[in-house]
Structure formats: structure tokens, C-alpha cells
Design a protein around this ligand. Structure first.
Ligand code: AMP
Length: 280
């Protein structure tokens, strides 16, 4: 049974019922246009929690580009069907005024430099909006555990940092990226790819994968140039950035290290922008 609730008040009733019978609450925040990547998070939540709440909210404060916000896909009926099939218990579907009753104000928080690299450079203000909405959602849902995808690796690192800084009693679980059979990371934005772009998009995964081997022969700087050439070779995609980073601090590497390191990149196409990352 999937309950759909629209207000904090309605949600509170569900939470109180669950809490009074000692149930563990899992939470999966999303912006909708759900695909199997999101559903993997729901299934992971179902496996370790008694009640799973999924939110769908296209958060206006994290879009630095108004056209991007406007054209963000909204497919609530199909989303609901997928959530039902995955045995999700509650769908929280708030209006903007429900989550931002005092207007679109941002939460002030120092993110210790995690927000000033990569996406932070190309999408100014994105993470301020993201942490604000996740905070509002956390206070509304009060989960024991929240599930986030490694697909948005920088977001995940920032959420972990925020939860620690604010001493929130919520465990954060990271879920592996779910990919199409050719390696393209599933994303709500993939529907904006043209047929030709979709056909060529596996170059993103293949290029990242090759980096694990190539790094024994090249410095991070040399490998960045190689990645750019590979991505842009077909003339279809542009490389917005590629960064080899320390997986904990997200700071760019000048040389390879033993501690966990990651390749993170953003690629542009005619109508959209895709991000992806991989452990090295
Ligand atoms: P979004 O709706 O894009 O804001 O994503 C909601 C959650 O789903 C975030 O924690 C994402 O990291 C996660 N997610 C999105 N795509 C994938 C994917 N392909 N594999 C795993 N998790 C994903």
C-alpha cells in the first residue's frame, strides 16, 4: 500500500504511527522522473527499514538556471506506479510553499570547501539550495536512515558532512550508481538526449573506466587532457570539467595517492548536461 501525502501535517501522522510501534524509518529524497537508479535506493531502504518514505520535490533553490528548472521532467503518475511496485510505503509530494513557508531562503552553512569545487564552480548556488531543501526534508520526515546515490558523489559528500556538522541523528547510506547496459548512468536527464547522443553516450563510462589502467602511465594533469580528447572526439559531447579528486575532501589531486580517489566529470550535449563519477 502506497500512501501519498502532501503536507507536513499529513506526513507527521504517518511518522507518529510508525514511531509508536517502534518502526525504523528510511528516507529516499528525489526530484522525481524516477528510474531504476531511484528504485534501487527504495529497494535498499526497504531491505533495512520498516517504513520507507520517498519524497518527490523539484527544488527551485538548487537550480541556477531557470530554463533547467522549467524543463526538468515531471512524471508523477508514472513515478507513483514505480514506487508502488517497489513496495514504497509513503510518497511525500509537497508544494513549494509547504517546504518553504517563509519564502525561498537559504540555510547558511559552511561546507568546508566541499561546495566550491566541480559542480560548485559550474552551478553556483546549487549546493546552498540542495542542503537547504535536504534539511527541510530531514526535519519533515525525521528518518533514522537516509539513502543517497553515489551518482551524485559531491552531493553525497556534502550531505555526510552536513549531518555530521549539525549532529543530526540520521545515518546516511551511500548506494552504488545504477547504469544502463552500455554503462551510461541512469539519470532523469537522459530523456533529453537525442538518438545519436544516446548511442554515443557510453563513451562517458568507457573513458572513466579506462582511467584506472592509464593512471600508471600518466599524471593526473596528463590524464585530464586524455579524457577531454576522448569525450570530445566524436564532436557530440563537450567536457565541462574532469577532476581527479581525493574521495574524502573532493580536492583535486596533483599526483596519484593510496587513499581512495575518484574521477568526477560533467559532460554537455545539445540540450542537457550529464554528470558521472567512478572510483579509481
Ligand atoms: P535526483 O532525483 O536526481 O535528485 O536523485 C535522487 C537520488 O537518487 C539521489 O540520491 C541520486 O544520487 C540518486 N540517483 C540518481 N540516479 C542514480 C543512479 N543512476 N544510480 C543510483 N542512484 C541514483
Amino acid at each position: 500500500m502506497l500512501f501519498t501525502v502532501y503536507t507536513r501535517q499529513q506526513l507527521l501522522k504517518c511518522i507518529q504511527t510508525a514511531r509508536s510501534s517502534g518502526k525504523k524509518i528510511g528516507f529516499v529524497p528525489t526530484m522525481g522522473a524516477l528510474h531504476q537508479g531511484h528504485i534501487a535506493l527504495i529497494r535498499q531502504a526497504k531491505a533495512s527499514c520498516d517504513i520507507v518514505i520517498c519524497s518527490i520535490f523539484v527544488n527551485p533553490t538548487q537550480f541556477n538556471n531557470p530554463t533547467d528548472l522549467e524543463k526538468y521532467p515531471r512524471t508523477v503518475a508514472a513515478d507513483r506506479a514505480l514506487l508502488y511496485e517497489a513496495n514504497c510505503d509513503v510518497l511525500f509530494l509537497p508544494e513549494v510553499s509547504e517546504l518553504y513557508p517563509d519564502g525561498l531562503q537559504l540555510m547558511p552553512i559552511n561546507l568546508n570547501g566541499l561546495d566550491t569545487v566541480m559542480e560548485g564552480v559550474f552551478r553556483p548556488g546549487h549546493f546552498a539550495g540542495m542542503v537547504t531543501v535536504v534539511n527541510h526534508l530531514f526535519y519533515a520526515v525525521m528518518p533514522d536512515v537516509a539513502f543517497f546515490g553515489e551518482k551524485d558523489f559531491q552531493q553525497l559528500a556534502i550531505i555526510k558532512y552536513m549531518v555530521n556538522e549539525l549532529n543530526l541523528p540520521i545515518s546516511i547510506v551511500a548506494c552504488a550508481t545504477i547504469r544502463e547496459t552500455d554503462g551510461l548512468a541512469m539519470s532523469s536527464r537522459n530523456i533529453h538526449l537525442t538518438t545519436e547522443e544516446r548511442k554515443q553516450a557510453s563513451v562517458i563510462f568507457k573513458t572513466m573506466e579506462a582511467c584506472s589502467k592509464l593512471k600508471s602511465d600518466k599524471t593526473p594533469g596528463q590524464l585530464k587532457q586524455w579524457v577531454k580528447n576522448e569525450i570530445e572526439r566524436s564532436g557530440i559531447f563537450g567536457l565541462e570539467y574532469v577532476s581527479f579528486v581525493d574521495a574524502a575532501t573532493l580536492q583535486p589531486l596533483q599526483q596519484w595517492q593510496l587513499a581512495p580517489q575518484r574521477i568526477c566529470l560533467a559532460v554537455t550535449t545539445s540540450k542537457t548536461r550529464l554528470i558521472d563519477n567512478m572510483a579509481l
